[in-house]
Design a protein around this ligand. Structure first.
Ligand code: N2P
Length: 369
């Protein structure tokens, strides 16, 4: 091909890649966690606003962060967790929210907005979508078969090599989330989970190294089906994800007529990380107005409730609570009661130097070094 033709062809391809289906068509590009929405609300949004949703998913804050720091993601709405949001705000990657265009912010839960303000002072850049905890998902029968009648409410099951070893044959998954698992390991060691001391992080690394031989896979989304299908018997995991696994196991049982795999989510007695996932708009979002319309729609009490009911996570909307299933609202592993709350801890972002230690510790853990 001549150079001119090649240039024209490349130009056409580029235009096709970025052009909306029709010149007038309004679009919003959303990048959310996997298994984190009732997709019927996307259709409802389009019906109500005429804005089409291009929806894409991720399962790790690190992946989202790499894209955000690189810029030009093409996304209009993203959903970082609080501690990541904190340093991303500092890095200047988000637009300030135009609150005048977010009337449904009135339904947000002040208690949660206040918790979020630790990461986003003054709640300028983000609104909470869902929040939850990082605990343990397990196939209760298989675990009991191997461990006998020991209490299942302790991180001992994960962090004591002599216990975890006994579960190796039935499958152990570990979340690929350094900034969640290292603080959890520190808590287990009786140290401050929010420690920014490289020595503490290396301590956590030593603990992790001991359990490395028994881990089948680092995974932050496939574990839902792996638990539901009986392919693994234990995983560190997120509250709602494990309840989704439980629901999928029950659905499968109904179809096959076999008894359902008994899946449980545990917040161990030593405590668990509590986190907040939030909507934010990248500074270079191609459709910032549509992004605001989307976020506003997601804060509608009925819509927020629909999502919570579908994904089994706690909503940042207080107005939604009247529409949330009682089974979810009354489940202390989803909406922690006072006693459970006492066990939960939160973390803030790492200074850059310490973050490098975290990254290195984690890659050593994964490589089994
Ligand atoms: C959804 C996981 C979101 C919780 N699958 C992690 N912040």
């Amino acid at each position: 091909m001549s150079r001119l033709l090649t240039t024209i062809a490349a130009g056409l391809l580029a235009a096709l890649a970025i052009a909306p289906a029709s010149a007038q068509e309004k679009v919003v590009n959303v990048y959310n966690w996997s298994d984190y929405i009732d997709e019927s609300v996307l259709e409802e949004f389009t019906k109500e606003t005429g804005i089409k949703v291009r929806y894409d998913v991720f399962d790790s804050n690190e992946v989202l962060e790499t894209k955000l720091l690189g810029g030009k993601t093409g996304y209009d709405v993203v959903v970082p967790t609080g501690s990541f949001l904190q340093r991303q705000i500092q890095a200047g990657v988000f637009l300030k929210l135009d609150k005048a265009k977010l009337p449904n912010i009135q339904y947000q839960w002040p208690l949660i907005s206040d918790r979020l303000a630790v990461y986003d002072p003054g709640n300028e850049y983000a609104v909470n979508y869902m929040w939850g905890t990082t605990g343990i998902g397990m196939n209760v029968d298989k675990v009991k078969e191997r461990l006998g009648d020991i209490p299942l409410n302790s991180w001992d099951i994960i962090f004591k090599p002599e216990i975890l070893k006994k579960l190796k044959d039935c499958g152990i998954y570990m979340l690929d989330g350094p900034e969640e698992i290292i603080p959890t390991a520190l808590r287990y060691l009786g140290k401050d989970p929010n420690s920014k001391d490289p020595k503490d992080i290396e301590e956590a690394g030593k603990l992790l190294a001991k359990i490395r031989p028994f881990i089948k896979k680092f995974d932050s989304s496939g574990y839902i089906n792996a638990l539901a299908g009986g392919d693994i018997c234990i995983a560190t995991g997120w509250s709602g994800d494990v309840f989704q696994a439980k629901a999928r196991a029950e659905e499968a049982a109904e179809k096959t007529g076999k008894p359902a795999i008994n899946i449980e989510y545990v917040i161990p007695k030593e405590g668990a990380l509590m986190w907040f996932d939030n909507f934010a708009i990248p500074k270079d979002a191609p459709h910032p107005d549509e992004a605001l319309a989307f976020i506003n729609f997601m804060m509608k009490p009925e819509i927020a409730a629909k999502n919570s009911n579908y994904i089994s996570y706690a909503s940042g909307s207080e107005g939604a609570q009247q529409f949330i299933d009682k089974a979810i609202l009354d489940n202390p592993a989803i909406y922690p009661d006072k006693e459970t709350q006492g066990k939960l801890f939160t973390v803030t972002t790492y200074p850059q130097k310490v973050q490098r230690v975290v990254t290195r510790t984690w890659s050593d853990f994964k490589r089994g070094k």
